[in-house]
Design a protein around this ligand. Structure first.
Ligand SMILES: [Zn+2]
Length: 405
């Protein structure tokens, strides 16, 4: 499958689709900025000088001929719209958002992702934010939550993972020196181990994705993390995947220094961060890769990931508390699990009640909620029928989406 990956999009959809070669699939690593209208800009926490509508609203207003596009959220989003699609859903015709966290199957490849960025103060909180978003919830809404980290770690091995933030310490597995010389302001956080998101590193080590793409830092950076052999999980070998050396050589923006690429015969995560749309620097924010898929259907089909559906059902309802749990003295770095104690038994039970492969389009169909720009006056809250349909399909109560009382 020919796959395009883009870093931050910052609303430049037309520029992206016009400059990409023909591909089967587009993956976008956040700061997508799906503003349907001017009012959506009020739900984006962004400095005034960056407040621009962008071109998403054209794709929202009328279907366009674009490849299947899969999106995770960043920290500059139409957060009200993404809240409507908490579990994932179509933002527009052929543009699918993975939700706060999610996993889907495209032509047999498992593509998972986490939306948002890491913030220590929000990490233990529940998902308490509801539209209309105001004050602190405009920011906390896009912070990664422990609940999502724990759920993602339950996934079987993943082919491709998308995040906005970077896994903390991933810089150790690429040419960190070249990165710091290009971006000197990153030095102190890299040196103190605070550059990126610790929960994403724990997810990476658990799911051992073959490919991991990220954005957020507005710089291109490749890395390869080779995993120790894990006898408890059967992980197929993919001879077509680039070796660590090939991966680092192919994506290095600066000459590679003295990094060791690692052995070629072990499971490895090929990491690539991409930048934002920059005039004349397409290579910095777009990458096109050929990744063989088990099925060669064209156009590719988007199906739900049965494993993720079971995890979603088994971990329902999501935590909603505003205040994180207070830890006893001497507690370890991680707070107690947010998942039910019998989560594995619940997942087994959920799996036996689920169909093998449900196409997303059989459950969720794109419908406009708020009016497109110039098409009327938006309301403060919408109940998105796609979330209603998803919850009914899974047999869970819709707690994110009903109209406020
Ligand atoms: Zn950005």
């Amino acid at each position: 499958m020919r796959i395009a990956i883009v870093g931050c999009l910052h609303g430049s959809l037309s520029e992206m689709y016009q400059t990409l070669p023909p591909v089967d699939l587009v993956l976008c690593c956040g700061d997508f900025q799906g503003f349907r209208n001017e009012a959506d800009l009020d739900s984006c926490h962004v400095p005034e000088k960056y407040r621009t509508l962008g071109s998403f609203h054209h794709y929202y207003a009328e279907p366009r001929d674009i490849p299947l596009t899969i999106v995770v959220g960043g920290n500059h989003e139409a957060s009200n719209y993404m809240c409507e699609l908490f579990y994932g859903g179509w933002l527009a015709h052929n543009i699918y958002y993975l939700g706060v966290a999610g996993s889907v199957i495209v032509n047999g490849l498992r593509i998972a992702g986490a939306s948002g960025i890491y913030n220590q103060n929000s990490f233990g909180r529940g998902h308490f934010e509801r539209a209309p978003l105001k004050g602190g919830s405009l920011r906390s809404v896009y912070h990664l939550r422990q609940w999502n980290e724990e759920r993602l770690r339950l996934l079987p091995p993943v082919d491709i993972f998308l995040s906005h933030d970077w896994p903390v310490d991933i810089t150790k597995y690429g040419d960190g020196k070249a990165l710091v010389s290009a971006m000197p302001r990153f030095r102190s956080s890299i040196d103190t181990g605070t550059f990126g998101a610790p929960p994403l590193t724990r997810v990476l080590n658990a799911i051992r994705a073959r490919y991991w793409f990220a954005a957020h830092m507005h710089v291109k950076f490749p890395a390869v993390k080779v995993h120790a052999a894990n006898p408890t999980v059967s992980e197929p070998h993919y001879p077509s995947d680039p070796t660590p050396k090939e991966w680092l050589d192919a994506h290095a923006i600066h000459p590679r220094g003295s990094i060791k690429p690692g052995p070629t015969n072990q499971r490895a995560t090929r990491f690539l961060a991409l930048s934002k749309p920059l005039p004349g620097k397409k290579d910095w924010w777009q990458e096109v890769l050929d990744i063989p898929a088990p099925s060669d259907k064209s156009p590719p089909t988007l199906t739900f990931d049965r494993a993720w559906l079971a995890i979603t059902k088994a971990t329902h309802p999501f935590p909603r508390a505003h205040n994180p749990p207070i830890l006893p003295d001497g507690a370890s770095a991680l707070p107690p699990s947010t998942l039910p104690a019998d989560v594995n038994a619940r997942i087994e039970a959920a799996l036996s009640s689920l169909d093998n492969s449900a196409e997303v389009s059989n459950v969720q169909v794109f419908v406009k909620t708020a009016p497109a720009e110039g098409d009327g006056i938006p309301e403060a809250h919408y109940t998105n029928p796609q979330t209603t349909a998803f919850c009914a399909f899974l047999g869970i109560q819709d707690l994110t989406n009903p109209a406020p009382p």
